[in-house]
Each structure stands twice: as structure tokens, then as C-alpha cells.
Design a protein around this ligand. Structure first.
Ligand SMILES: NC(=O)c1ccc[n+]([C@@H]2O[C@H](COP(=O)([O-])OP(=O)(O)OC[C@H]3O[C@@H](n4cnc5c(N)ncnc54)[C@H](OP(=O)(O)O)[C@@H]3O)[C@@H](O)[C@H]2O)c1
Length: 287
């Protein structure tokens, strides 16, 4: 009996985590609007989509970086790649970006929301003004892009893919503005998924929880502050793409983050002692 139970549990876990029915051919010709495509996770997402033959509109803040990524996507075989440089700190910009994508691609199958306004360093990072700016770039622009793209995604039974972080579902010390925006994304998109579901609207919403990546700037930002381990960037981007293509509600990369998120529900108030084991508190407070 015990063996049967364990085998059944193992099969369930296998089905949940590994058997995601990902069909790379499903992305060939798919029309994708990708934000934050000039660097980091977004750049890697762009290269994966390009290899898979998707039609792309890429956006980010810096035009020169976008042009480089567009050139690389073409070399990797993307049949159509367009770009639009845009600053998501301006409330009128998301509308322009979605309209450009609809004009260039004739509709959307995927909206991949990934851009991230950098948190300034020092105490300024925790000021109300900095938080206001970060919430516009890292949350409100996501909401605007979504509402403008939703009619086309609905027509095409498309997908919304949201790149978030462990600091969305699990708050950490010394990351208030970043965590606040990521928590808001979690609440907004999970609620939206439920609304679409009860209205029988066939648009998938995939929220991706990523841990610290192996990018130099990410590692530099937390050097001496946390003992968190880094994970490979291209694999993180591929996990996001697989999750979106299979219409999974959630992606956790690395997978152990799922356990941390579950623990957060069971142990909502970790002791300060426990947090200090992970953090160099003096360095974090000064950062
Ligand atoms: N890196 C990590 O370790 C890590 C860990 C967990 C989750 N994540 C998540 O992964 C996503 C990407 O993070 P990342 O580390 O790859 O970021 P990144 O390397 O700093 O890249 C951020 C992207 O967002 C764009 N961007 C920044 N400010 C913008 C603005 N005002 N308007 C429009 N675009 C803007 C940047 O464009 P420009 O370069 O042109 O400014 C760039 O393309 C984020 O949602 C983040 O929360 C990252």
C-alpha cells in the first residue's frame, strides 16, 4: 500500500513538474510583443523566440541596445522582428507600444511582460518618490499594456506571460519598492486569470517566479548582501517560454522556489535569526 502511494505521489510530481507537453513548433509564426528585451532575461527570451521562428516586436528603453538584439534575432532566424524604444515611466507610452505591435504584426498571440526599472541605490531607493516611479514602470505600465492588448489576445486565444521574482510572493528585507511592485503584479494577474476563467475567455495567464540569475549586474547588485545562489540565465528564459507556450498558471525557476513559496504560507513570520543567516544586514541596510 505504502509503495503504491509513494509511486502515485511520484507520478503526480513528475506529471506536474516535468511533463509539460511543450511543443516548440507551436511558437513558429506566433506573434509576440516582448518588453525589457534589450538586456538580461528579456534579451535571452528574444533569442529563444527568434530561434523558434516567432514574429517579434521588441521594446525597451535604450534604442542602441534594442538594435543590437534585433540584429542578433535576425541572425538566429526570426522571420519578422521590429522594435520600438519606449520609456514605460510615461503613462502614455504603453498605448503607443501596443498599437505599434498590432500594426506591425496584425494581432498578438503573446504579450510577454518582463521590463524592470532599476531600483536606485542608497536610502533614496526607499523614498516615496522612488517607489512612485518604480510602481509606474514595474506595475502600472504592465496593467496598461495588458488592458490594451487583451482584446487582440482574446480574439487569438493568446497568452499573457508575466516575469516576476521570488520577492513577489515572498517578501524579503531591504527590498520594499521592488517587492511592492512584484506583489501588486501577483495580485493583479492572479485575479485577472480568475476573471477571464469565469467569463470563459480563453487567454492564459502565466506568472513566472524567478530566482537570482547568473547575470553579472544581478550578482553585483547583491554581492556581500545575500548568500542566495545564482541560476543560469538562458535556462530561466527557456522555462518562461515553456510555461507560456503550455499555458501553465505558474513557472518557478529554479524549481526549488516553489517549495519556498509554499513554506511562506505555512511559516508567514520567519524569525529574524533565520533571515540573518541569509543576509548581511549591515551591507543590505547600506546598499
Ligand atoms: N536578474 C535577476 O536575477 C532576476 C531575478 C528574479 C527576477 N527577475 C525578473 O526578470 C525580469 C528582467 O530582469 P533583468 O534582471 O533581466 O533586468 P535587466 O537586465 O535590468 O533588464 C531590464 C530591461 O527592462 C528595460 N527597462 C528598464 N527601465 C525601463 C523603462 N523605464 N522603460 C522601458 N523599459 C525599461 C531595460 O531596458 P534598457 O536596458 O534599454 O534600459 C531592459 O531591457 C524582471 O521582471 C525581474 O524582476 C530577474
Amino acid at each position: 500500500m505504502k509503495v503504491l502511494l509513494l509511486t502515485g505521489l511520484g507520478a503526480l510530481l513528475f506529471a506536474y513538474y516535468w511533463n509539460d507537453n511543450f511543443d516548440p513548433a507551436s511558437l513558429q509564426g506566433a506573434r509576440v510583443l516582448l518588453t525589457g528585451a534589450s538586456a538580461g532575461v528579456g534579451e535571452e527570451l528574444a533569442y529563444h523566440y527568434a530561434r523558434l521562428g516567432s514574429h517579434l516586436v521588441l521594446t525597451a528603453h535604450t534604442e542602441a541596445l534594442l538594435q543590437k538584439v534585433v540584429g542578433n534575432c535576425r541572425k538566429l532566424g526570426a522571420p519578422k522582428v521590429f522594435y520600438i524604444a519606449a520609456d514605460m515611466a510615461s503613462p502614455e507610452v504603453p498605448g503607443r507600444v501596443v498599437q505599434f505591435a498590432l500594426d506591425m504584426l496584425g494581432g498578438l498571440d503573446y504579450l510577454v511582460l518582463n521590463h524592470l526599472g532599476a531600483t536606485p541605490s542608497g536610502t533614496r531607493a526607499r523614498s516615496a518618490q522612488a517607489t512612485h516611479w518604480l510602481v509606474q514602470v514595474n506595475f502600472l505600465s504592465y496593467v496598461q499594456l495588458t488592458s490594451l492588448a487583451l482584446p487582440s489576445l482574446t480574439d487569438n486565444k493568446g497568452s499573457l506571460v508575466v516575469v516576476s521574482s521570488l520577492l513577489g510572493p515572498v517578501p524579503a528585507s531591504f527590498s520594499r519598492p521592488y517587492s511592492a511592485a512584484k506583489f501588486a503584479l501577483d495580485g493583479f494577474f492572479i485575479s485577472l486569470r480568475r476573471e477571464l476563467d469565469v467569463q470563459d475567455v480563453n487567454v492564459a495567464v502565466t506568472v513566472c517566479v524567478l530566482g537570482l540569475r547568473d547575470r553579472a549586474s544581478a550578482a553585483e547588485g547583491v554581492r556581500g548582501v545575500t548568500r542566495a545562489r545564482e541560476a543560469p540565465g538562458p535556462k530561466a528564459a527557456l522555462a518562461v517560454i515553456r510555461g507560456g507556450a503550455t499555458r501553465a498558471p505558474g513557472v518557478f525557476y529554479p524549481r526549488r522556489l516553489h517549495l519556498l513559496c509554499l513554506l511562506r504560507g505555512w511559516l508567514p513570520h520567519p524569525r529574524a535569526w533565520f533571515i540573518r543567516q541569509e543576509l548581511n544586514v549591515t551591507a543590505a541596510a547600506a546598499a
